[in-house]
Design a protein around this ligand. Structure first.
Ligand SMILES: Nc1ncnc2c1ncn2[C@@H]1O[C@H](COP(=O)(O)OP(=O)(O)OP(=O)(O)O)[C@@H](O)[C@H]1O
Ligand SMILES: [Mg+2]
Length: 217
């Protein structure tokens, strides 16, 4: 399990999302000679990154290895692939990559490695792919994440994104938590303060704000 720099919260701090975890387990189960691609979509702060990390941590044993990338932009994905190559393919350190051509060569090496026929049980998490540039979705700043997939159609890929238009993947829409108690637990953890009285102490309107805007809260 290689979560290189993923923003992890304490495992005990994670609440809810059991239904979604089960869905991901089914959709991303390793299958010989087939590729699973799932896009976890939803508003900023709704919990996509934490769910993807929880999934990788809880079910990582089903895979030969798990690797997390920050897919915010092309450069962060490339940097992640260089780290993957350094850790899994070859014995060099990623800091020895000094120029873009060298970086591209190593990125390609990592993709080749992921494409090997015997290496088909991995899980890759591409987190924060919020700026896609895809057929029918123009973006001067975005990119097509598929150019960083392995050449071979195998393995399991989980993308998290604010976009609803990642149509090449099976989409799982993440909604707000349906249990107010769980939202209060997150609020308490994030603010470092106890939420006294919980449900009983909040008005209906406050509750609705809390549940609908978890990132702000
Ligand atoms: N299931 C959860 N259990 C506990 N805390 C959570 C959970 N989901 C989200 N959080 C809290 O909410 C914060 C925001 O969640 P997260 O970073 O996963 O959102 P996101 O959907 O990935 O947002 P963005 O689109 O900005 O990347 C987390 O840092 C964490 O504190
Ligand atoms: Mg995120």
């Amino acid at each position: 399990l290689r979560l290189n720099g993923a923003p992890q919260i304490d495992e005990e701090g994670f609440v809810g999302r059991e239904r979604e975890l089960e869905r991901l387990r089914t959709w991303l189960a390793p299958r010989p000679k087939r590729q699973n691609v799932v896009a976890l979509c939803g508003l900023g702060g709704i919990g996509k990154t934490q769910l993807s990390i929880q999934f990788a941590t809880r079910f990582g044993e089903a895979y030969s290895f798990v690797f997390w990338f920050n897919a915010k932009d092309e450069n962060t994905v490339k940097a992640g692939l260089v780290v993957l190559a350094a850790q899994l393919v070859d014995n060099y350190t990623s800091s020895s990559v000094t120029n873009p051509q060298e970086e591209d060569r190593i990125v390609e090496q990592a993709r080749q490695w992921l494409s090997q026929a015997a290496n088909d049980r991995w899980l890759l998490v591409y987190d924060n792919y919020d700026d896609p540039c895809l057929p029918g979705i123009p973006s001067s700043t975005g990119y097509d994440i598929r150019k960083f997939f392995p050449h071979c159609v195998h393995g399991s890929i989980l993308i998290t994104t604010r976009s609803r238009r990642i149509t090449f993947a099976k989409q799982l829409q993440l909604e707000k938590l349906d249990d107010i108690g769980q939202s209060l637990k997150i609020l308490a953890a994030r603010s470092g303060r106890e939420v006294i009285g919980g449900k009983e102490n909040c008005s209906e309107r406050q509750m609705s704000f809390l549940v609908n805007y978890p990132s702000i809260c």
